[in-house]
Design a protein. Structure first.
Ligand code: KIV
Length: 289
C-alpha cells in the first residue's frame, strides 16, 4: 500500500489501550505479501504453518530455519511497509542461547523480519528475555502450540478447566515480564482468552480464541480456501474461494490449448514481410511453415 506507515510495537500497545483491533494474517511468498499489504493488514506473520499449507507436510515439525529465512525474505520483498513477524521453527530456540541468538539474527538479517515469534510460556521466559535484551521484538505464542503437537496429544482446545486456565495465565504473565510485545493465543476457550487479555498490558492476538482478544490472526490459505482439499475449521471464516478460481482458470487454459483456441491472433508476433521468401526462396516458404 503506497504511503502506508509501518506499525511498530509501541503503536500496537496503544491500539490495545484504544480498543483498536489488530489484524494479522500469514503470508509465505512475494505475491501473497504484496496482496496482504495492499489489503491493509496490520501485521504479516511468516508462520511455520508454511510447513502444512505450502510445503505439504502433516505438521510444522519438519520446517527448518533455512525454510523460514527463505520465505521471510520473499515476504519482506513484497511487503516493505508492513510489520513482519517470522516464526522460529521447531527446536531452534531450545539449545544454547548463542545458537538461539544466531537463529534469531538470521531471521532478522537474512529474512528481513521486524520481529520473531516463538511457541511456549514460562519455560522459555529466560530465552525471551535475552532476545529482547538484544533489541529484537518477540511475539509469544501459547495455548495450542503446534510444534509440541506430539506432546500435547493432538490439536486440542486449551483452557477448558481451572488448572489449564491458571497455567495459561501464568505463561502469559511470564512472557509479558520477559519483554514479549504481544502474545498469540491459539485455540483457547473464549472466557480464558478474554481474561488473559484483560490482565495484560501487551496485546493478545487470537486464533480460535474468541472475541475478547486484542487482535485476530488467520492463515492465508484458510481465509481464501487456497487449496483443493480444504477442511472446514470452526474458528475460521473463509472470505474467498481462490482454490476454485485457480482450478477453473487452469482447467480453462488446458482446454484452450487442447482445442487450439489458445494462442489466438492477438497473442502472436509477426515477422517482417517477405522474411520467409528471403530465407527459403520465393514460393518455397509454405513448405517450411
Ligand atoms: O504458524 C502459524 O501460522 C501460526 C499461526 C497459526 C498463529 O503460528
Amino acid at each position: 500500500m503506497a504511503g502506508k506507515q509501518m506499525l511498530n510495537i509501541v503503536k500496537m500497545k496503544r491500539m490495545k489501550q484504544d480498543g483498536d483491533p489488530i489484524s494479522m494474517i500469514t503470508a509465505y511468498d512475494y505475491p501473497s505479501a504484496v496482496l496482504a499489504e495492499e489489503a491493509g493488514v496490520d501485521i504479516i506473520l511468516v508462520g511455520d504453518s508454511l510447513g502444512n499449507v505450502v510445503l505439504g507436510y502433516d505438521t510444522t515439525i519438519p520446517v527448518t530455519l533455512d525454510d523460514m529465512v527463505y520465505h521471510s525474505r520473499s515476504v519482506a520483498r513484497g511487503a516493505k511497509n508492513t510489520f513482519i513477524v517470522t516464526d522460529m521453527p521447531f527446536m531452534t530456540y531450545h539449545g544454547s542461547i548463542d545458537e538461539t541468538l544466531r537463529g534469531v539474527s538470521r531471521i532478522m538479517q537474512e529474512g528481513h523480519a521486524q520481529a520473531v515469534k516463538m511457541e511456549g510460556g514460562a519455560e522459555i521466559a529466560d530465552t525471551v528475555k535475552r532476545i529482547v535484551q538484544a533489541g529484537v521484538p518477540m511475539l509469544g505464542h501459547i495455548g495450542l502450540t503446534p510444534q509440541s503437537v506430539n506432546q500435547i496429544g493432538g490439536y486440542r482446545i486449551q483452557g477448558k478447566d481451572e488448572a489449564d486456565a491458571k497455567r495459561l495465565l501464568e505463561d502469559a504473565r511470564a512472557l509479558e515480564q520477559a519483554g514479549a510485545f504481544g502474545i498469540v493465543l491459539e485455540l483457547v476457550t473464549e472466557e480464558v482468552a478474554a481474561y488473559i487479555s484483560s490482565e495484560l498490558s501487551i496485546p493478545t492476538i487470537g486464533i480460535g480464541a474468541g472475541r475478547g482478544c486484542d487482535g485476530q490472526v488467520l492463515v492465508y490459505h484458510d481465509v481464501l480456501k487456497y487449496t483443493s482439499n480444504y477442511r472446514n475449521k470452526r474458528f475460521v471464516k473463509t472470505f474467498g474461494d481462490i482454490g476454485e478460481q485457480i482450478r477453473s482458470g487452469i482447467s480453462a487454459y488446458v482446454q484452450e490449448v487442447k482445442t487450439r483456441q489458445f494462442p489466438a491472433e492477438e497473442h502472436v508476433f509477426a515477422a517482417e514481410d517477405g522474411v520467409l521468401d528471403n530465407l527459403y526462396g520465393k514460393g518455397k516458404a509454405e513448405i517450411h511453415s
